[in-house]
Design a protein around this ligand. Structure first.
Ligand SMILES: [Zn+2]
Length: 211
C-alpha cells in the first residue's frame, strides 16, 4: 500500500501548518510574550516536515511570508532561527506533538532564573492545571523542568531531550533567564497550554513575591 495514500497533498499540509504557526505567533504577539522579534513557533506537517517561523519576523504581524518549510531530520534551513534545533528535536522524539511555541513571557523568564539551581518550577494545587490535556484535578503537582541557557542550541536540545526522556509526561520546559517552550497535539491545544502556563507562572510569581 502506498504510505502516502491518505496523506494530504503537500501544499495543503503545509498551508494548514502555516496557518497554525501564524495563529500561535499572533496570539503570543498580542500578549507581549515575544518582544523585539523574539520567540518562534512551529507546526508539524507530517513525519518529516514542519512549518516554522523564519528568523527575525515580527510575530505579532506574522504572515505566510515569515513561515518556512523545514525538514525534521534534514540540514538547517537558511532562514531558520538559531532555536530551530529545539523545535525539531521535539518532533523527532515525540510523535504526539503537533505544534510548539517558544515565548519570552515575563513570569516564565523571571521564575526560570530564580529556580535554575533547583532544576524545576513546581506548580501545585492551582485549578488551571486542568487546562493541560490529561490533568483532571487541581490536586496535581507539575514540576516544569528548568535547563540552563546555552547559545549552542544543538547542545542545548540534547540536554533538553535527555531531561524530558526521564519524565512520564511534560507540557513544556523553561530555559533559565530566557523563556518557555510549550507544545500540544495541534496549534489550538498549544495555544491553550501556552495561555495556561503564562497564567500559572504569573500566579506562582505573585505568590512567591519579590526576592
Ligand atoms: Zn528564545
Amino acid at each position: 500500500m502506498d504510505p502516502n495514500r491518505d496523506a494530504k497533498a503537500p501544499d495543503e499540509g503545509y498551508s494548514d501548518a502555516a496557518k497554525g504557526v501564524i495563529a500561535m505567533a499572533r496570539f503570543a504577539g498580542a500578549r507581549g510574550w515575544v518582544p523585539a522579534t523574539s520567540g518562534n513557533f512551529s507546526a508539524r506537517i507530517d513525519g518529516h516536515r514542519a512549518a516554522l517561523t523564519a528568523t527575525g519576523a515580527n510575530k505579532a504581524e506574522l504572515t505566510e511570508a515569515g513561515v518556512i518549510d523545514v525538514e525534521i531530520f534534514g540540514s538547517k534551513h537558511p532562514r531558520a532561527s538559531a532555536e530551530a534545533p529545539l523545535h525539531l528535536a521535539r518532533y523527532r522524539n515525540a510523535p504526539q506533538i503537533g505544534a510548539i511555541s517558544h515565548i519570552h513571557s515575563m513570569a516564565a523568564t523571571v521564575l526560570s532564573r530564580r529556580h535554575e539551581k533547583t532544576g524545576h518550577v513546581r506548580l501545585e494545587g492551582w485549578e488551571l492545571l486542568k487546562a493541560f490535556s490529561g490533568i483532571a484535578t487541581h490536586e496535581t503537582v507539575l514540576d516544569v523542568p528548568v535547563v540552563s541557557n546555552d547559545q549552542d542550541t544543538d547542545r542545548l536540545a540534547d540536554i533538553v531531550e535527555q531531561r524530558l526522556a526521564m519524565l512520564d509526561s511534560a507540557y513544556g520546559y523553561l530555559i533559565a533567564g530566557h523563556g518557555l517552550y510549550v507544545w500540544g497535539a495541534n496549534a489550538a491545544e498549544t495555544i491553550r497550554h501556552m495561555e495556561a502556563f503564562d497564567f500559572l507562572l504569573s500566579a506562582q510569581l505573585h505568590e512567591e513575591g519579590p526576592r
